[in-house]
Design a protein around this ligand. Sequence first.
Ligand code: PHB
Length: 374
Amino acid sequence: MLKRIAAATLFAVGLASGNALAQDTVKIGLILPMTGPFASTGRQIDGGIKLWMQQNGTTVAGKKIEVILKDDAGNADTTRRVAQELLVNDKVQILAGFGLTPLALTVAPMATQAKVPMIVMAAATSAITEQSPYIVRPGFTLPQVTTPMADWASKNGIKKVVTLVSDYGPGIDAENAFKTRFPLRNPDFAPFLQRVRDASPDAVFVFVPSGVGAIFMKQFTERGLDKSGIKLIGTGDLTDDDILNDMGDVALGVITSFHYSAAHNSAANKAYVEAFKKLNGYRPNFFSLGGYDGMRIIYKALETTKGSTDGTALVDAMKGQQFESPRGPVTIDPATRDPIQNVYLRKVEKVNGELWNIEFETMTAVKDPTHKPQ
Ligand code: PHB
């Protein structure tokens, strides 16, 4: 009898401390490609999160923030399995990360079912936020950054354009946005560089996912397209700051449109780039801001809910957030849960021996032009 009472007491104590711990900690399940061909996406986002936490601490509204990082190597089956484990075993209250569109799409129904906010820090196909009311995206969408490029091209004497895009969600989004905006007379969507060359357009518009730009540039040069007079334009994924320096002089003069350049000329960005390099040892790119500003919206939302991790309350507290990011001013559109932000036109230039995307024109407060009203 005595023994049983002791055991029961022990159990009760165990439960109480378990509860206290769960109540005091907010667990964020972070799923990123840390290995494989998209590892640069993972390390950029992880680097941004680390910097945010270094600068802003690890306690918000009295809660300890715990980030549980899992590598999915860019494989959707792994993403799904890991998300399930994080929700069921680790009982995370927030999911974050998602390096590619298919990885985000596969987890969206789980976020809805679990009523857990899902912060999409990288994947940029427009329709992603339409897949769950619990998705919030601090980064960007492809149509958002593509339309300014199409407008610039048509205003700057470019009449015939070939599009060359990676054949999945964000590539198709980018191509559609370009086609819709740019008055193409003879659309030719040749998938290979030789066909681009044969078409001898004024310009080729390219979307390739971050990390792939260096290989593209190499092949572009090998086929002599850099000397063909065909102008290379695209979204900033092509001249990604993480790999731009490795591309060499072939990248000089490439014009892209994008929401972030590490060369963005503001005091906030200079401080960001310096602190990021000091902490992580490499130059930040746009994906780093998905992590950095993603943590910002989580922290701000937890402050608003006074530490409550109710998923619906957290998402409500993210809608409409406005903040000054290293990229410029950002608003989380309460209707779409996507960012409204400046999009810049940029040209690759060499400054102090390094290649940078130098901004030369700003479109302010650009929204994704393709979202259906929700
Ligand atoms: C995506 O899969 O949504 C994606 C990946 C890399 C990018 C942009 C979008 O640079």
